[in-house]
Design a protein around this ligand. Structure first.
Ligand code: FES
Length: 210
């Protein structure tokens, strides 16, 4: 399917707050996601910025891992968390099952009151859960599928951290390379992984405002 609109490559964008000031990585409280949603690389492609914490609210180191795509068996690498504690990650806010978006899909931190009853994810460092049909993804494992119906991991935003300034940059999206939506008969471009594809009508963002 030819791209509707978009970009020829992923832009590198500094993450800014709504006032236009750079987000300081060390100021992002662990276990919060709803306030940290930004569009990238297109204006209609939301992503969640998450500082993963433990049950006491301390940042948790997120190590590199390999993500498996249940639909195909393919794998790809996830570089792990960034920031002063290697605990900051970012994922697409578009569910890979049928495309529900934030806040329908959201991060639930690893504290008892926030764990969705539908999951058995109590041992995870929180979980990303989609209210539409209950898919869950592991934010500490590169967006790997925990429970379906999704058969595709959640794409991640590759983040770069500049320790000299405490600032964060979005560099690209990485996720399952699949053409063909499991919920529909016709092939659909993998919208968040191909910067040239989009959800119809999105335009490239020039600042990543969180
Ligand atoms: Fe998210 Fe179906 S769209 S679980």
């Amino acid at each position: 399917i030819p791209p509707v609109s978009g970009l020829t490559s992923f832009p590198t964008l500094k993450l800014l707050d709504p006032s236009g000031n750079p987000i300081k990585a060390s100021s992002i409280p662990p276990n919060t996601s709803y306030l940290y949603v930004f569009n990238y690389p297109l204006s209609n492609e939301p992503n969640m910025l998450i500082n993963i914490g433990d049950q006491q609210g301390n940042p948790v180191n997120v190590p590199p891992t390999t993500v498996t795509v249940p639909q195909t068996g393919a794998t790809y690498d996830f570089p792990g968390g960034v920031g002063p504690n290697n605990s900051i990650v970012a994922y697409s806010g578009i569910c890979q099952h049928l495309g529900c978006q934030t806040p329908l899909i959201s991060f639930y931190p690893n504290i008892p009151s926030c764990q969705p009853a539908q999951t058995s994810a109590g041992s995870l460092k929180g979980v990303i859960h989609c209210l539409c049909h209950g898919s869950t993804y592991d934010p500490a494992k590169g967006g790997a599928v925990v429970t379906g119906p999704t058969v595709r991991p959640l794409p991640y935003v590759s983040l770069k951290y500049d320790p000299s300034t405490d600032e964060l940059y979005a560099e690209k999206m990485v996720g399952p390379v699949i053409y063909g939506h499991p919920g529909f008969g016709n092939p659909t471009d993998s919208v968040v992984n191909n910067p040239m594809g989009d959800l119809q009508g999105g335009s490239p963002v020039t600042q990543a405002v969180v």
